[in-house]
Design a protein around this ligand. Sequence first.
Ligand SMILES: [Zn+2]
Length: 310
Amino acid sequence: MALYSVNSAGRSLLAQNGRYKLRWRSAYVATLCDLESKSLLLTQQKWNDSWEGLRAALVIAHPGHELRIHHWLERSKPQVFVLTDGSGLTNSSRTHRTEALLELATAVKGPIFGSVSDKQFYEAIVAGDADLFVALSHDLATALDESGVDYVVGDAVEGVEPGHDVCRLIVNAAVKRIEASCGRRLGNFEFLVEGPPDACPPAGRDQAIVVTLDEEAYRRKLEAARAYPELAIDVERQVNSHGADAFRVEYLLPVRYDFEIASRFDHPAIYESRGEKLVAKGVFAEAIRFRRHIAPLAARLERDAGTSIR
Ligand SMILES: [Zn+2]
């Protein structure tokens, strides 16, 4: 039996075996299906004026993405979900670095927190084994629902890292699933993990959450990045490409798509050529392709997202 299979009731066995035991419940649970809920009313408002004090969740593919939106994290103290352990091509998880960062920011570790290795994640995509991703979307939907989250923030689709794009599909599936269950539509936001952090398209500006860092918040963000030695090369690369000042603002952009992601990046995706190089080096047997691997996975998540949580 696969670790991540889904049983006949549509409930992930990961959730069933207790490893994903929920730790974050609240009185919100009683009012989740109340159509008068604050989050529904907020769809009519500008989020930027209203996000503080609301219950937030952060969902990222890899530990370390939280550095990009460090000040938002400090201020919103979200429940944080991390899909993989960030081990990449090594056998070393880096989730402990994110745990330490969350502790400093008094944010909350969610019930999905790096239990899958990057290798497992990659291999499941290549094998077309969608059960892992469906199970993660089920667990995420259940956790967000039971925690009474008002809005969720996660990786954007950029066509750079397949894990990031799949993370977004999982978040969108969870949001859809909650909506299919009780009509409650969570606020859904994304941030660029690779692209320029200070980019905010005019179309989404009026509904974006914009967090501007003062000198002290910027200093803490740099400090948090320095405390993450596994990401030192990535941080240096990103500062060189975008400039250090680009990290003084954090944009959380409203997500205006569900599962149709082909138009969100140029083709072939950057990860396809990177994958080919890794195949040539003998690291992987097959490169991840958008059409062959990601598009069918998106279709499976879309089919499943219409099913009820309960
Ligand atoms: Zn990543």
